[in-house]
Design a protein around this ligand. Structure first.
Ligand SMILES: [Cu+2]
Length: 324
């Protein structure tokens, strides 16, 4: 068994060991009975014929349909619960961006530092990975964490883990991606939070991902249309992240990372209600890393604190201009 260094490792191992134990027990039972029956009911003389007719045992036949079905369903439910927990990052998880490409892994820390074939994370803190690929399909695999998730070009996938033991762990690509697929390896370096903070300080980044994104927001001219105060030809992006956006075609979508990415690369596919589709596509003009930085910037622009809404029934919150 591989070493285990994440919060899910133990539960994953238990599920795997239980399935293995059950399969082994069934296999041994079946082969044991085959051997036993071969001996017990062997033909003792060339002229031997059965003395009594075969009878059907309904309980036995029902039993070997019902019991394995219940066992299989129990494992299905157990596995599904664990799977959903492993694929839903907790809200307080820190997001690290991963970009895969032939044949290396790039990771961007929250402070903007990019690293190649290395991923530094703090111990005991949930880390969410938002991942995409620049070329073909890769798969982000850290055996010691029991974490494996495909990394696809043209969209975001995510996974998360909570590392439990400081150390260095192998990170590899587990989706055949070309000639040097086998060399697409890196290392996850799990550090004590203090050492991680110190490492971040020396990681050689002058600005955070959001600050890089802010610069790009100016360089690419987004600011010319997207005025933060909401005036102009385009919606303000302040407080956009996580909200529900109404589109021209009547649909409502959640403004998550995938939505923002698609808005940048293919704006015409999701036109915001009440706006004209004048935004140019940035497809081919902007790298995946830059899109991630723009997203970090848009996420960092939160709405100013909303005034608390009165809980008394019947009273409506006042409109900001004071009119009734
Ligand atoms: Cu790969």
């Amino acid at each position: 068994m591989q070493q285990t260094a994440s919060s899910f490792g133990g539960q994953w191992n238990l599920l795997f060991a239980s399935e293995f134990a059950l399969s082994a027990a069934i296999a041994l039972g079946v082969f044991g009975l085959i051997g036993f029956f071969c001996y017990r009911y062997r033909r003792r003389s060339p002229f031997e014929v059965p003395t009594r007719p075969l009878r059907r045992n309904v309980f036995m036949e029902g039993g070997w349909i019902v019991i394995p079905t219940i066992l299989a369903l129990a494992f299905f439910v157990w596995g599904a619960i664990l799977y959903f927990r492993m694929s839903t990052p907790p809200r307080d998880a820190e997001t690290i961006y991963i970009v895969g490409r032939q044949w290396m892994w790039k990771a961007q820390q929250p402070n903007g530092a990019w690293e190649n074939d290395e991923l530094h994370v703090p111990v005991g803190q949930p880390v969410r990975l938002l991942m995409t690929s620049e070329d073909v399909i890769h798969s982000f695999y850290v055996p010691a964490f029991r974490v494996k998730e495909d990394v696809l070009p043209g969209r975001y996938t995510q996974t998360w883990f909570n590392a439990t033991t400081p150390g260095r762990y192998i990170l590899e690509c587990s989706e055949y991606c070309g000639v040097y697929h086998s060399q697409m390896r890196g290392r996850v370096i799990v550090m004590e939070p203090k050492a991680y903070a110190a490492w971040l300080g020396t990681a050689g980044s002058e600005s955070s991902a959001a600050a890089i994104g802010q610069r790009l927001f100016h360089d690419y001219g987004c600011i010319n249309c997207h005025n933060p105060d909401g005036h102009g030809p385009a919606p303000s992006l302040v407080g956009l992240y996580g909200t529900e956006v109404r589109l021209e075609n009547g649909q409502t979508v959640t403004a998550d990372e995938s939505y923002i990415r698609q808005s940048i690369l293919d704006p015409a596919s999701q036109v915001v209600y009440g706006f004209r589709p004048i935004m140019p596509s940035f497809n081919g003009k902007i790298s995946e890393e830059q899109i991630l930085d723009l997203i970090a910037y848009i996420k960092s622009q939160k709405n100013p604190e909303q005034p608390p809404i009165s809980k008394t029934p019947g009273t409506l919150p006042n409109r900001s201009d004071g009119s009734p």
